[in-house]
Design a protein around this ligand. Structure first.
Ligand code: SF4
Length: 486
């Protein structure tokens, strides 16, 4: 892959794909003019970005303003991720820089929030005497109070809540980085026992928001101009199961909201796929045609060691069913290479899966043991790093080739995209996504952001489709059948 991010090792464009993203909320939101300024830095997934929006809401209500300029910030808050050790290292190295900055600016308040805060807790305060407060994944609503407290008293605070059994979002729907689209947290935490994963420890048990809460928030977002929502959850297709609801039911409910044109959802768990959801995606015309359904491995033996709850055969059955019942559906996958005990034979089974399923995009990672996971200290990290790297390279090459072939086959086809913004390199180049989550780049006006444009694909690379505009932008999709038929 070309153009990799030095810190994450992922292709940069993948980081724009909506699933992985490390960025300050850009542009910084507007708070109370004249209030103390906060610089908010967000590491990790979309769920973290949404958590950052909750932080923004809490700080705005308390009279804070925002900046992206280090020099004018009265406080720097880091919303953190604990999934991979690389992300945590970045936060530690940033805390090192902030410790140096605080020598000349002792009034600067520094806080760490979110998953890494939840996982490391007091250790963070012990390691970094310059750090003022640490707040966990269920403490976002208290951030303004904590910041007020440390700025007034110069006390140091650790706030790590136990696991709440309700999800309170208290979101200001007008605070969001994009006009036309928004993320909506529909649940928090995870009940799955995946042995490599730290999420159940950092985010707690699975708790769904109520149907009425979610629908109300989506209606408010739509009233404020949002045309596409992405429902977020660690196992989003398990939404509502403890309350007698299902994600399929929610998709049908959202289908009825006028002026909402697209509904996406990430991330789905293979064990939670059922007929109701497959039928709902097939029936709901607003539903995206991209399912992020991580297999993690193509070896049933490895899936057992990972405690994923399904076999390779079952995963393949699900894919076959999806493709039979939903024309045009594309599948995204996550794969871990080099998990404890992975043999050449296990790896070959994953290669076969990758070749057979032909994911439209896939996030492939080397396993690294994370403290706090069920595997840590119990399942030996016995695949040499050299072997992990080699396997990663093989899978990435196969995936790149699949994406190249798939994209080339799309040349000449027509698509309707929701314009997401301008290319960082060239402001005249815009990008948007079709229902199948393909990223199309084309020339247009920045004022088109948040509108729908019909395009024809004219060129392809493994990561991007170039396109030309066929019709002027509109507020609503012209042809809802377009993406389902081309
Ligand atoms: S489903 Fe497994 S991998 Fe996903 S968040 Fe839950 S424990 Fe982690």
């Amino acid at each position: 892959m070309d153009q990799k991010d030095a810190a994450t090792g992922l292709p940069r464009e993948w980081q724009n794909a909506g699933i992985m993203n490390d960025a300050v909320l850009s542009p910084p939101p507007v708070g109370t003019p004249g209030g103390p300024k906060v610089l908010l830095e967000v590491f990790g997934c979309q769920m973290n970005k949404l958590d950052a929006e909750l932080v923004v809401t809490a700080l705005k209500r308390a009279g804070y303003d925002f900046t992206d300029d280090d020099d004018e910030a009265a406080a720097v808050l880091l919303v953190t991720c604990a999934i991979r050790d690389q992300a945590e290292h970045r936060v530690h190295s940033h805390l090192g820089e902030l410790a140096v900055a605080k020598r000349s600016r002792p009034d600067l308040a520094v806080g760490v929030l979110g998953c890494q805060a939840q996982r490391e807790g007091q250790d963070l305060l012990t390691r970094w005497p310059s750090l003022d407060f640490v707040a966990g994944t269920r403490d976002f609503g208290k951030v303004a109070k904590l910041l007020d407290q440390v700025r007034a008293d110069r006390t140091r605070v650790l706030s790590i809540e136990g696991i709440a059994d309700e999800v309170s979002e208290q979101r200001d729907v007008t605070v969001r980085p994009h006009r036309g689209r928004a993320f909506v947290n529909v649940m928090r935490g995870c009940d799955k026992p995946c042995t490599y994963c730290v999420v159940p420890r950092t985010r707690g048990a699975e708790v769904s928001r109520s149907m009425v809460d979610v629908v109300t928030e989506v209606e408010e977002l739509v009233a404020d101009g949002v045309k596409e929502v992405t429902l977020l959850g660690q196992t989003v297709n398990a939404w509502g199961r403890h309350e007698g609801h299902s994600l399929g039911e929610l998709l049908h409910r959202l289908e009825d909201i006028d002026d909402l044109h697209r509904v996406r959802f990430i991330t789905s768990h293979p064990e939670e796929m059922d007929d109701t959801l497959v039928s709902a995606i097939a029936a709901c015309r607003k539903s995206g045609l991209f399912l992020h359904l991580p297999p993690q491995s193509g070896s049933s033996r490895m899936l057992r060691r990972m405690a994923r709850g399904y076999t390779n055969e079952r995963y393949r059955e699900i894919i076959a069913q999806l493709r039979e019942r939903i024309p045009g559906i594309e599948i995204g996958g996550d794969i871990i290479v080099g998990f404890s005990g992975e043999t050449d034979e296990d790896f070959e089974a994953t290669v076969d899966l990758l070749r057979d399923v032909r994911f439209s995009q896939s996030y492939i990672f080397r396993y690294s043991p994370r403290p706090g996971t069920p595997a840590f200290g119990r399942l030996e990290d016995d695949v040499p790093d050299k072997v992990k790297r080699k396997r990663l390279k093989i899978l990435n090459e196969i995936q790149t080739e699949i994406m190249r072939e798939r994209h080339e086959a799309l040349i000449g086809t027509r698509h309707e995209v929701l314009v997401e913004g301008s290319s960082r390199k060239d402001a005249r180049r815009l990008f948007g996504r079709n229902l199948a989550f393909d990223r199309l780049v084309f020339e247009g006006e920045s004022s088109w952001e948040g509108q729908f444009v019909t395009l024809e694909v004219t060129g392809a690379t493994p990561l991007t489709l170039s396109a030309k505009v066929l019709a002027e932008p509109t507020d609503a999709p012209r042809d809802t059948t377009l993406a389902r038929t081309t």
